[in-house]
Design a protein around this ligand. Structure first.
Ligand code: C2E
Ligand code: CA
Ligand code: CA
Length: 248
């Protein structure tokens, strides 16, 4: 996909969000939803984020994309006052304070909205510039947002940085959670991370749960939330949020 394609998509408003449920291990009911970006092609086809985010970062266009996703998620939260959503931002955006100012501007006259927003940042972001990332995370918390560290275990796992950032939630990468039903190094890592998170009062999300067996194993290990195709694929907000039965 070329830079022009991405710019045209932004101009034509062909970026949209889908939502994937994140369920409690106590009730197996959705507690919040992760917003994931999708691109509608001019021929009507739909591209998932995995197909274009890296190219967008390489092309220097991620600032515009993360701003668009912020606008979309604020609209969504305003339209659905009972729901809590987690938004992804690129590691490049965690040192972009103009994004934070935009969040502040968009939410200052919408009381309580930031309390329903979690911002997911990747562990690699925390590693490259820990001071700036810490200032960014502190500002988000100050505004009332929750902060999640995404893909934990996929990058250069660093307990010191995790402790410094003190996120509300740690999301454990699928490379580990997919083996949780069987004894082995991956399950040992998950167990250690759950213990550590409990001690430091972080909640945990197991990502990429695709089977009943891993859901049960991860719940038994004490993960707070589960996310993955087993509980629901990302879908359009109007379908996923079951708007007809929305609680007030
Ligand atoms: P991520 O934040 O780790 O998101 C999870 C990805 O795993 C999503 O792919 C999701 O569709 C997929 N997934 C969910 N459940 C399962 C499962 O059970 N098994 C497997 N194999 N995969 C599952 P997607 O939507 O293509 O997103 C890929 C990455 O793109 C995301 O990884 C995130 O890093 C980035 N991304 C997505 N939306 C945004 C956005 O709005 N802004 C930015 N900056 N990045 C985004
Ligand atoms: Ca994420
Ligand atoms: Ca993730």
């Amino acid at each position: 996909m070329s830079n022009d394609d991405i710019k045209r998509a932004l101009d034509d408003a062909r970026l949209f969000l889908v939502l994937q449920p994140i369920v409690s291990t106590l009730t197996f009911q959705p507690m919040f939803y992760e917003a994931l970006l999708r691109l509608r092609l001019s021929d009507g086809g739909i591209r998932p984020a995995v197909d274009f985010i890296e190219a967008v970062e390489g092309a220097g266009l991620i600032g515009a994309i993360d701003r668009r996703a912020l606008d979309l998620v604020v609209d969504l939260l305003e339209q659905h006052p009972a729901f809590h959503v987690a938004l992804n931002i690129s590691s490049l955006t965690t040192s972009d304070f103009t994004w934070l100012r935009a969040l502040d501007r968009l939410t200052s006259d919408r009381p309580g909205l930031t309390r329903r927003l979690t911002v997911e940042i990747t562990e690699t972001a925390a590693i490259t510039d820990i001071d700036r990332t810490q200032a960014f995370v502190d500002a988000l918390k100050e505004m009332g947002c929750r902060v999640a560290i995404d893909d934990y275990g996929a990058g250069h796992t660093n307990f010191t940085n995790l402790n410094l950032l003190a996120p509300d939630i740690v999301k454990i990468d699928r490379t580990y959670t997919m083996h949780a039903a069987h004894a082995g190094n991956e399950r040992t890592f998950v167990e250690a991370l759950i213990d550590l998170s409990r001690t430091l009062s972080f909640e945990t999300v197991a990502e990429g749960v695709e089977t009943d067996a891993s859901a049960k194993a991860l719940a038994d290990l004490g993960v707070t939330y589960l996310q993955g195709y087993f509980f629901g694929e990302p879908g359009l907000p109007q379908d996923v949020l079951d708007v007809g039965q929305e609680r007030s």
